[in-house]
Design a binder for this molecule. Structure first.
Ligand SMILES: [Zn+2]
Length: 494
């Protein structure tokens, strides 16, 4: 029997009733107390004392610092000297042994998750994680997130409004519109553009609805991309892309602001690539003979840098296609235990099934592509490029908001960046790209108190970034354990 067709009239009635009975959360939201269950620290004047500070600028960590917070803003950053008085009415938190970093600025985040076990054959479907994703991003220390492509733009916009109104916990959201271009007809939740008029109409419509950026996708044609960029730029909005029919250098010449995933999705290295068409085999990554230190790739890097095109690193989503990575037994075991807490049983089994498939099939190219992308990202930064970080909770699952943001930073370190550089990429660089670096992305006087308190020292051992003890957003300290508990068993469902 088809699942979903065997609802009895009684169950149906229950379902209808359940929709219309106000939930406790909704009632609480009306009282303005909706966030209380997730908050650990709400004093308007706070002193974080004896912290190790990694300030997000890429500067070396400073030991034994003191950060003063008042009305959501950072008012002092200084040595924790016993001779300095605390502000009156300040609540002082002794955070000896902890590290404070800026709130993460996730630049390739989504509010959806792949439908467990996929949709019908050859169709890709995603389920909106309206309940769990905002909580898990915040629990992971992501205080700002760009959604980098939406399958339910109205839901994403509503969630942003609810978070901003204090009705639900979550990061500061920068909503990206629906994917522009479609995915070769295989993803029915995406609109496939019918030409440049359609691109103009779609950009204008969603800009008016409140999205603040756009994501061009896979089979978008050069003329559609050109029009989308013109219409977005006319409104002061930016366009990023995960492209295939258009190559990176062509997109840079058209004025794109950002490219997702990096060189391994650039189609321009396929010798048989025809203008405006995604070449066969592009799904599997770069052709085998392409080397990062070769002249054409170096030319692409120079071209992207000179056109000020940022690249978003999404190593965590690539990693799940590499056999036996991340290890479920060694360094990433803590993350995996947490994952199994928040995924539905069906989503967990779906994830493990495909992992196993990769482990047994042992595809030879995936590890090579991950290494190649890491090398590209290092060289792009060395050439002066702006590298952003995000975790892209897509693929076949197992890439989960918050956790994948930690994994992304760990993988940047594996790529060869120092821990402090990796944190800089995941904080200040995103803030710069968003044009918000005057208020977020670093720990400095006058900025919003968006801070992550971490047990341990991620400058020495980057895996410590997983030990998030408290997350401040605008000076309010959230309890990651409570946020995670409230999302338990929901990823894959809602
Ligand atoms: Zn994505």
């Amino acid at each position: 029997m088809e699942p979903g067709l065997n609802l009895t009239p009684r169950l149906l009635r229950l379902f209808v009733v359940a929709i219309f009975v106000p939930s406790p959360t909704w009632t609480a939201a009306q009282d303005g107390d909706a966030l209380k269950p997730y908050i650990k620290e709400a004093s308007p004047v706070l002193v974080l004392e004896h912290v190790r500070l990694i300030d997000g600028t890429g500067a070396a960590p400073k030991e034994d610092q003191r950060i003063d917070i008042e009305s959501g803003k950072i008012t002092q950053v200084q040595d924790a000297s016993p001779n300095r008085a605390h502000p009156s009415k300040a609540k002082v938190l002794d955070l000896s042994g902890k590290t404070v970093i800026p709130g993460l600025v996730g630049m390739h985040e989504h509010l959806f998750y792949p439908a467990p076990h996929g949709g019908p054959p050859r169709l890709q479907l995603w389920v909106e994680m309206a309940d769990s994703a905002p909580k898990l991003y915040l629990a992971g220390g992501v205080t700002t997130a760009r959604t980098a492509g939406s399958v339910e733009p109205y839901t994403d916009l509503s969630l942003k409004a609810m978070i901003d109104a204090g009705q639900i916990p979550g990061p500061k959201l920068y909503i990206t519109g629906p994917y522009l271009g479609g995915y070769l007809g295989r993803a029915p939740q995406m609109h496939t553009l019918t030409g440049s008029d359609d691109a103009a109409r779609t950009v204008d419509y969603w800009a008016a609805e409140g999205v603040t950026s756009f994501k061009a996708y896979m089979d978008i044609k050069p003329d559609e991309l050109k029009t989308a960029i013109e219409h977005a730029h006319a409104k002061g909005l930016k366009v990023t892309g995960h492209l295939c029919a258009v190559g990176f250098r062509e997109a840079a010449a058209l004025g794109i602001d950002n490219l997702e995933h990096g060189i391994v999705v650039d189609s321009e290295f396929f010798p048989e690539k025809k203008p405006g068409i995604c070449p066969d085999g592009a799904d599997e990554g770069l052709p085998k003979n392409v080397q990062i230190d070769s002249a054409p790739v170096q030319q692409t890097i120079r071209d992207l840098v000179s056109h000020h095109v940022a690249i978003t690193s999404t190593l965590a989503v690539f990693e799940v296609s590499v056999p036996n990575r991340p290890s479920l037994l060694s360094q990433n075991a803590r993350n995996f235990i947490r994952l199994s807490e928040v995924l539905t049983p069906e989503a967990l089994s779906g994830y493990l099934l495909v992992r196993n498939f990769y482990a047994e099939g042992n595809p030879p190219d995936e590890a090579r592509l991950l290494k190649m992308e890491m090398q590209f990202e290092r060289e792009f930064v060395k050439a002066g490029g702006l590298l952003l970080a995000g975790c892209d909770p897509t693929s076949y699952g197992g890439v989960v908001p918050g956790y994948c943001d930690h994994r992304e930073v760990e993988l940047l370190v594996e790529a060869g960046f120092t821990p402090v550089e990796a944190i800089h990429i995941a904080t200040q660089n995103g803030a710069i790209f968003l044009g918000q670096d005057a208020s977020i992305g670093t720990v400095a006087v006058g900025k919003s108190a968006d801070l992550v308190v971490i047990a341990g020292n991620p400058a020495k051992n980057i895996d410590d970034i997983e030990n998030v003890e408290m997350v401040f957003k605008d000076g309010v300290g959230y309890d990651p354990e409570k946020l995670i508990k409230s999302a338990a068993g929901l990823v894959g469902l809602r």
